[in-house]
Design a binder for this molecule. Structure first.
Ligand SMILES: Cc1cc2nc3c(=O)[nH]c(=O)nc-3n(C[C@H](O)[C@H](O)[C@H](O)COP(=O)(O)O)c2cc1C
Length: 187
């Protein structure tokens, strides 16, 4: 059936409107969200996969003052922050988390624990009463320090078994990631 210009415009407007409403409805009804920090993209890759597999919303933590572009400078700065207990402020507007019962928390492993931005975020949002599902990427270290940090920051959360890969393993970890989520009955 041929559409005249007016009908075409009305149809397009209705489509835009329904898309917008649809997105709002999904966000309001959603019970889980992936919140992650990633400096060089590895955790981000996993975060997107977790969100896709679980249907969770997804939120990247961006910084008020990003780290120095020079990698060795920023690792040095982050080590100082780690040992002094310093914060790295988050610029991202955090939505009202009261509507979520499951929070996937993704972070790189930095100097024996979670990244400083994630430590800052969890300190401000201790996830009381939430189910926290952590995933961590390291260069080569085992992730125990990250699990300890998350327990310390979120003493009143239910923290499920975490998922860990090294940076070189992460890209090929799709099956392991899916099995982990299935084991936890999250998909
Ligand atoms: C500041 C800093 C500290 C790090 N500390 C460690 C560490 O203690 N042990 C380790 O195995 N990897 C360490 N790494 C490597 C990261 O964990 C690894 O590169 C990770 O994949 C980064 O994730 P991303 O690509 O999402 O930023 C460190 C990286 C940075 C930038």
């Amino acid at each position: 059936m041929a559409m005249n210009r007016r009908t075409l415009l009305q149809t397009a407007a209705a489509a835009v409107l329904s898309c917008g409403l649809g997105r709002t409805a999904i966000a309001a009804g959603s019970k889980s969200i992936v919140i992650y920090f990633s400096c060089t993209g590895t955790v981000e890759g996993l975060a997107k996969k977790v969100a896709k597999l679980t249907g969770a919303d997804i939120l990247k933590l961006e910084l008020v003052k990003p780290y120095a572009a020079n990698y060795s400078d920023m690792t040095y700065i982050a080590r100082e922050e780690r040992s002094s207990g310093a914060r790295r402020e988050i610029a991202t507007k955090i939505p009202d988390l009261s509507g979520y019962d499951t929070i996937y928390v993704g972070t790189p492993y930095w100097w024996g624990g979670v990244s400083i931005p994630m430590r800052t975020f969890l300190t401000d949002h201790p996830m009381e009463g939430k189910t926290v599902v952590p995933f961590v990427v390291s260069g080569s270290s085992s992730p125990e320090g990250a699990w300890e940090d998350i327990h310390r920051c979120c003493p009143k959360a239910k923290i499920l078994e975490g998922f860990h890969k090294t940076q070189s393993e992460a890209a090929g970890a799709d099956a392991d990631l899916e099995n982990w989520l299935k084991r936890l009955k999250l998909i």
